[in-house]
Design a protein around this ligand. Structure first.
Ligand code: HEM
Length: 225
């Protein structure tokens, strides 16, 4: 047990926990996007899906607390590892590789910060309803919370569309590098599968972001209304 704790506190252990939490969040982002795509099937599909998720309050709160803990752990470890990297001094021939690695890690820091700010904005906007028109108490013709109406109203506003697109840019950059490097950190790097793992990050990023952007533009262009 003590060995496990000290392993998790080492920088390799921290990277493993970061990779696992990051992959967990990626899976959430994939399922969230797939669930939201039901907007293309109309209000009944999206609103009854949202009601189904909220119909189990205990499970909902366990999932929310779990998700929040994973996000906090992921960010705390990212800060700790980046401070450790800054303290480590490059020597001799390692300088070039160090510069490359630090460029990649800077891109991860910036995209991670954009993503974090987007998520805070998104929760205040679509979940809590503190930003934008207060629509959280509206119900549709069948008596379900009108999540569909909330999303339609949100993406008819060009400013909201702009902010969401910036968020999607952060998400694209972050996932594209993070998924591949998490698979490598977890030791899943294998000569035969190397190209597959390298392609996994950009592919997952493209899938999630294309799905989200399709929703944003379909509403903005009044294809879905
Ligand atoms: C176009 C893209 C997106 C749309 C249309 C969207 C839509 C929504 C909606 C409608 C809700 C509120 C659900 C409800 O009131 O029942 C929600 C909640 C949430 N979204 Fe998104 N979302 C998008 C992107 C994202 C992204 C990229 C992330 C994070 C990576 C994310 C994370 C969350 C979280 C954590 C919640 C709170 C879930 C809860 O209520 O516990 N969303 N989203």
């Amino acid at each position: 047990m003590t060995r496990l704790v000290s392993h998790l506190q080492s920088s390799v252990g921290k990277k493993v926990v970061m990779a696992l939490t990051g992959l967990g969040l990626t899976i959430y982002a994939i399922f969230h996007m797939l669930g939201n795509l039901q907007i293309f099937e109309g209000p009944h599909a999206l609103n009854s899906y949202a009601a189904f998720l909220r119909d189990m309050p205990i499970l909902l709160w366990i999932a929310r607390i779990g998700l929040l803990s994973i996000v906090v752990l992921h960010i705390v470890l990212a800060i700790q590892l980046s401070l450790q990297n800054h303290r480590a001094r490059p020597i001799g021939y390692a300088i070039h590789r160090y510069r490359q690695a630090s460029l990649a890690s800077r891109a991860m820091t910036v995209s991670g910060m954009v993503l974090f700010l987007f998520i805070v904005f998104h929760l205040l906007h679509l979940t809590a309803g503190f930003i934008g028109s207060p629509t959280s108490d509206r119900v549709d013709a069948e008596g379900y919370r009108d999540v569909y109406g909330k999303v339609i109203l949100a993406f008819q506003n060009p400013l909201v569309v702009g902010l969401y697109l910036v968020g999607q840019l952060g998400l694209a950059f972050h996932l594209s590098h993070a998924v591949s490097s998490s698979l490598q950190t977890l030791g899943l790097e294998h000569a035969a599968l190397d190209r597959l793992f390298k392609a996994a990050g950009p592919s997952v990023a493209l899938l999630v972001v294309l799905g989200n952007v399709a929703i944003i533009f379909a509403v903005f262009l009044r294809i879905v209304r």
